[in-house]
Design a protein around this ligand. Structure first.
Ligand SMILES: Cc1cc2nc3c(=O)[nH]c(=O)nc-3n(C[C@H](O)[C@H](O)[C@H](O)COP(=O)(O)OP(=O)(O)OC[C@H]3O[C@@H](n4cnc5c(N)ncnc54)[C@H](O)[C@@H]3O)c2cc1C
Length: 393
């Protein structure tokens, strides 16, 4: 097992650092440092800066316009972004639907959709979960019925998706829909691309406990979708959905971002003279280091051509638990200044604490981060996956 980087990898790391020092938009950096919310335009600017550099397809093969980077380069890139405090990439285009399109789509679909993903001209969202179908995703009910109108075929889509992240900004949604209810539930699912401007789509906000508008309900009433928006074969959507969920291995644990947060937390706690809090921070630092080595072990296996099994699930569980512990320790450090807090606009935003500046956002971040052990396959589901791989049950 090789855990150190080659000199070529280190040169690449310097190139990424150079990009982040010179081309990462300064207005975004300033907003994040102050703990301000990013607007839609900020997020577009951030992604465009990466696109302009030619790095949007950081995890894509060269033949589809990607970088063709090695696992080590992808790892370094994501780690450096986290360490620099960049906003996470919106994954729905580049890490989710893009790889499905270039792996299972036809030529026309590749030409039509991939360049806009790489240039961040289209904002995608993910329509998997439904009310009643989250962990048991294959039970989904949104129905797509094939009809023929004047010699042209369409799917008529009816149903509801939920928890759809940033659907309020999205141009397109990729959806799992039911095209057949007769056989096993996994067999009647298809993968459909839907233009969000199509008549019959309604997006309603879900305001989360931190007062933020990040997720939505999306309703479909007789939405007419051209048959050429079907990816691959009808009824094979479950295979494509599983491919998509397994695609991203690194980044899931957010080690770079956690290391950055940890440094800030240590600075704060050093000034507090609180032994019990210092102990907790030290334990967390050990766990972050252990997580980093787990990632590096996975990287070493991938670089050696291996095909690891349960590691993504291990990284998801440990990484998200660490992210939550970090936000909890920030709240503990802030003490009484954590509450009441100036939340996002419209929610207690007029109530400001009198503590140091960092205390303004600790509680909203703590509340927001409750999501990470739920989305992307809840941590309980990840434990089931690990038990299947490791114990065979
Ligand atoms: C902030 C946020 C953003 C999201 N964004 C999106 C998005 O953009 N697109 C999208 O499609 N979905 C999205 N989701 C949905 C997410 O994928 C689901 O919430 C998740 O899959 C869990 O499903 P559920 O909420 O229906 O909970 P349920 O499946 O009802 O689970 C409830 C609880 O039971 C546990 N549980 C369920 N089954 C088992 C089992 N077999 N063994 C052990 N424990 C079990 C779960 O772990 C959980 O704790 C998002 C969710 C959140 C919170």
């Amino acid at each position: 097992m090789e855990l150190s980087f080659t000199s070529k990898d280190l040169e690449f790391r310097d190139e990424v650092r150079d990009f982040l020092a010179n081309e990462y938009p300064s207005h975004i950096k300033e907003k994040l440092e102050k703990g301000d919310m990013l607007s839609k335009q900020d997020l577009i600017d951030w992604h465009k800066s990466v696109s302009n550099k030619g790095w949007m397809g950081y995890n894509w093969p060269k033949e589809y316009g990607g970088t063709g980077w090695s696992p080590a380069q992808i790892y370094i890139f994501q780690n450096e972004l986290g360490l620099a405090g960049c906003p996470p990439f919106i994954p729905f285009g580049v890490s989710m639907v893009g790889p499905v399109i270039y792996s299972f789509g036809n030529e026309e679909q590749k030409q039509r959709f991939l360049p806009d993903i790489l240039n961040f001209n289209t904002w995608w969202c993910q329509g998997y979960s439904e009310p009643g179908s989250g962990s048991d995703l294959a039970s989904l009910k949104t129905k797509a019925e094939l009809v023929n109108e004047n010699g042209k075929e369409y799917y008529i889509v009816n149903g509801a998706k939920t928890w759809t992240t940033l659907a309020q900004h999205a141009d397109w949604i990729f959806c799992l829909v039911r095209t057949d209810s007769s056989g096993k539930k996994q067999e009647g699912i298809s993968f459909l691309l839907i233009d969000m401007k199509t008549p019959g789509i309604e997006v309603k906000p879900i305001i989360t406990i931190d007062g933020d508008h990040e997720v939505n309900s999306v309703f479909f009433s007789d939405v007419k979708v051209p048959v050429e928006n079907l990816i691959g074969e009808e009824g094979k959507g479950w295979t494509y959905a599983k491919f998509l969920l397994a695609h991203e291995r690194f980044g899931i644990a957010s080690v770079g971002a956690s290391k950055r947060q940890l440094l800030r937390l240590k600075e704060i706690v050093n000034d507090l003279d609180d032994e019990s809090l210092t102990d907790k921070v030290s334990q967390l630092e050990i766990d972050v280091m252990a997580l980093e080595f787990t990632e590096l072990r996975l990287l070493s296996e991938l670089e050696g051509g291996g095909n690891p099994g349960a590691e993504s699930s291990i990284l998801k569980i440990k990484g998200t638990e660490i992210q939550q512990r970090l936000t909890q320790l920030f709240v503990e450090a802030a003490g009484e200044f954590a509450v009441p807090y100036g939340g996002p606009e419209g929610f207690m935003s007029n109530v400001k604490p009198n503590g140091p500046e960092y205390t303004n956002e600790v509680l909203s971040k703590y509340l927001n981060m409750r999501k990470v052990t739920i989305y992307g396959g809840s941590n309980e589901i990840q434990k089931n996956i690990i038990s299947k791989y490791v114990l065979g049950v």
